[in-house]
Design a protein around this ligand. Structure first.
Ligand SMILES: NC(=O)c1ccc[n+]([C@@H]2O[C@H](COP(=O)([O-])OP(=O)(O)OC[C@H]3O[C@@H](n4cnc5c(N)ncnc54)[C@H](O)[C@@H]3O)[C@@H](O)[C@H]2O)c1
Length: 270
């Protein structure tokens, strides 16, 4: 279904690793809604080559960039404007990685080199992207930047370990940079706090399957899918939400406002 919500808009979409990635769905939806965009991911993530199929399907170019490298990001924003023929209107930050989670290290025993790496890749990369874009004046007035986050930034989920702190930082960067970029250029910066979703990053978390079912049973609408998340991101890239900025927006089927559901109560009584 296309309403051409993003007709004429140019974007940069990070983080499409395979067809389960939230970013993959965002790219498909943005294409459906009339946007043109470049796809980007860390050079190492491209070895699998799956992103080529998405590029072909959405008629978009791929510009590799490690989101921790100012040099790569400068090249990304410069080339994206050349390829797309003008300034950028929307950016999706869909990047997350914790070595502590990957290696199953408990939160209280976090390895600090891994912790720093996680911060750089998953949170500071948003600051770097915004700083590079602002320096190059690469984003149009009223442009929209969305980063994906998780509710462990507000409430404790023991298995989410250092990513909880990293997501809190990501959300704070969205607010802080959103202020400065808003005042200067009317550029909007928001985070979308998504339900647990079966992707490579999601499924890497210990006990993810059980937790996915638990969240589904708590949420009045059930867990929001990657496709639903993509639809929500499209609204945030569109002009229909032009006064929304510096917000952390829950996209979780009502999970974040529910204490307990009857379904869970019944399970506890079994
Ligand atoms: N899956 C979930 O349950 C869930 C829930 C809430 C929020 N999120 C967030 O959604 C975002 C996307 O994750 P996903 O679930 O689609 O998983 P995913 O594994 O498909 O995407 C993560 C992406 O980050 C990229 N990446 C890692 N290091 C990078 C670097 N140095 N430079 C550039 N890119 C790099 C990976 O290559 C990958 O494409 C993440 O921020 C994640 O934390 C996921």
């Amino acid at each position: 279904m296309s309403n051409n919500l993003l007709k004429g808009k140019r974007g940069i979409i990070t983080g499409a690793l395979d067809e389960n990635s939230i970013a993959w769905k965002v790219a498909e939806k943005a294409h459906e809604q009339g946007a043109t965009f470049v796809l980007t991911n860390a050079p190492i993530a491209m070895r699998m080559g799956e992103i080529n199929a998405l590029a072909e399907k959405t008629n978009s170019k791929i510009i590799p960039a490690d989101a921790t490298s100012i040099e790569d990001l400068t090249k990304l924003f410069t080339e994206a404007q050349e390829v797309l023929g003008g300034k950028i209107d929307f950016v999706l930050h869909s990047i997350g990685m914790s070595v502590n989670i990957r290696k199953n290290i408990p939160y209280t025993e976090s390895n600090y080199d891994y912790f720093s790496k996680g911060i750089d890749v998953s949170a500071m990369s948003l600051h770097k992207m915004l700083a590079v874009a602002k320096k190059l004046d690469a984003i149009n007035d009223w442009g929209s930047v969305v980063a994906l986050t998780y509710m462990a930034a507000q409430r404790t989920y023991p298995f989410y370990t250092d990513m909880a702190d990293i997501k809190a930082m990501l959300e704070s960067i969205a607010r802080s940079f959103g202020y400065h970029y808003g005042v200067e250029k009317k550029v909007r910066v928001n985070t979308v706090s998504q339900s647990p979703t079966k992707t490579t990053a999601g499924s890497g978390i210990k006990g993810f399957g059980d937790f996915y079912d638990y969240a589904d049973a708590i949420s009045p609408l059930g867990n929001a899918s990657a496709e639903d998340c993509a639809n929500y991101c499209i609204t945030l890239f569109s002009d229909l939400t032009r006064m929304v900025t510096m917000q952390n927006l829950f996209h979780d089927g009502g999970y974040s406002s529910t204490g307990v559901s009857n379904e869970i109560m019944m399970k506890m009584g079994e």
